[in-house]
Ligand binder design. Structure first.
Ligand SMILES: *[C@@H]1O[C@H](CO)[C@@H](O)[C@H](O)[C@H]1NC(C)=O
Length: 421
């Protein structure tokens, strides 16, 4: 599929979807403007000025609109007793992954919208000493969006991306918690989404992975806290003295009933810096933990999907820059550990993307804040799927709709896949 076909596909789907929030907004805006004009004509300039000021207040950002003062949980791992499938076309499944780059609103949440649930250790970490505060935003790590205005604008831009992608199941990387997923759901009326997230253990960044989905999982989101020694036997990483033990701080496992198949899914955000020798060793260990977790916890599924930001390259499906991995991370993830899960060997959907479009991430090597393309474009976000799903692939889009820059939407682009199911 070429880019324009893909774009046409997405546009077509948006037209099919029942009134998108954007369409409703523009209609409302027209009504409001019409009302202002009428009042202005009848009542004169004073009434006009009053109407205009109230109109500008009501057209504030979507991020304002969805913070309604409701209480949302910080984690939402439970599967509903009666999982629903809210897809309109059940012969097709669109799955996507997007690293939304620090989707955090922190203290911007309204007073009164206190989180419920106590499984998140960070809820007690509120002192200035362990949280970097910048204006109203607080992140344990180094947030990109450092003022309330930037964070809200970023949220609204992410909403726009999610509308364009319009996936049935979207894996989101670098998000704050389940509360922000509920804010996304509120900003995407008519999309049929529900949020699912289990809190991870990366307290250094506070980042989590979670999903918005039209198909509820039948298995509650779960995690595997196993650890693996590194270097692993058979490591391919450059000589490094680093040794130790690591787990996968940012991940979840869950499963969906998609028509007559059970589809397991593991969302992952692995350690960064593909070129760095110590992280290379740790990432290989993370890959073995992840693969073992899937082969154990999801052993009963018919099909399997691994997706997210793996922070590493695929040596068998090279990206546009020809990036060759120093680690065996992708190889370990693809390869079943147990004979009983031999049917869950995985392949990379990237093979369906033309080479010139095969990049998911912008690495601003020279810190210019300008996307110069070339070797600044690599593929470190992946979707690996088992054979039955791979056979049904209709389209794979690395969606470069938005331009990358330091203060733009994200330094990653969405990976969007349509399966016939
Ligand atoms: C969860 O996210 C919300 C929304 O951004 C934020 O207000 C809240 O502080 C976060 N809670 C925790 C415990 O991280």
């Amino acid at each position: 599929m070429n880019q324009s076909e893909a774009t046409a596909l997405i546009v077509q789907q948006q037209q099919q979807s029942p009134q998108t929030a954007r369409a409703m907004m523009s209609r409302r805006t027209r009504v409001v403007l019409g009302a202002i004009l009428a009042i202005g004509l009848v009542c004169g300039a004073v009434a006009l000025a009053v109407s205009m000021s109230s109109s500008s207040a009501s057209s504030s950002s979507e991020a304002q609109g969805r913070r309604t003062g409701a209480t949302y949980p910080v984690a939402c791992p439970a599967a509903p007793a009666n999982p629903e499938d809210r897809r309109t076309d059940k012969s097709r499944l669109r799955v996507a992954s997007f690293n939304a780059e620090w989707l955090f609103l922190g203290q911007l949440a309204p007073t009164g919208a206190r989180e419920s649930g106590t499984d998140d250790k960070r809820s007690s970490q509120s002192s200035d000493s362990d949280v970097h505060r910048r204006g109203a935003i607080s992140c344990p790590g180094d947030c990109t969006w450092t003022t309330p205005q930037e964070a809200v604008q970023h949220f609204d831009r992410v909403v726009k991306v999610l509308k364009d992608v319009n996936a049935d199941i979207i894996n989101l990387v670098e998000i704050e918690n389940c509360t922000i997923l509920y804010y996304l759901v509120n900003a995407l009326p008519g999309f049929g989404y529900k949020p699912y997230l289990i809190t991870g253990t990366d307290t250094a960044t506070g980042q989590n992975v979670g999903i918005l989905t039209r198909v509820d999982p039948y298995m509650a989101m779960t995690r595997d806290e196993s650890r693996q020694n590194y270097p692993v036997p058979g490591t391919q990483c450059a000589a490094a003295t680093a040794s130790g033990t690591t787990g996968v701080s940012k991940h979840y496992l869950t499963a969906f009933q998609i028509n007559n198949k059970k589809v397991g899914m593991m969302g992952l955000h692995l350690l960064s810096q593909p070129w760095q020798a110590e992280n290379c060793r740790k990432r290989e260990a993370q890959a073995l933990v992840a693969r073992n977790a899937a082969d154990t916890i999801l052993a009963g599924v018919d099909e399997l999907i691994f997706l997210g930001d793996f922070n590493d390259y695929d040596g068998t499906v090279l990206d546009i820059a020809g990036s060759v991995p120093t680690s065996r991370t992708l190889e370990y993830l693809k390869t079943p550990i147990n004979p009983s899960t031999a049917h869950l060997a995985l392949s990379n959907v990237a093979s369906h993307v033309p080479l010139e479009n095969r990049y998911t991430s912008w690495w601003d090597k020279d810190n210019s804040c300008v996307d110069e393309g070339g070797d600044e474009h690599t593929s470190i976000d992946h979707m690996l799927v088992s054979a039955g799903l791979a056979a049904g692939i209709q389209n794979v889009l690395f969606d470069h709709e938005f331009v990358a820059c330091c203060q733009c939407v994200s330094d990653h682009w969405p990976v969007v896949v349509d399966f016939a199911v």
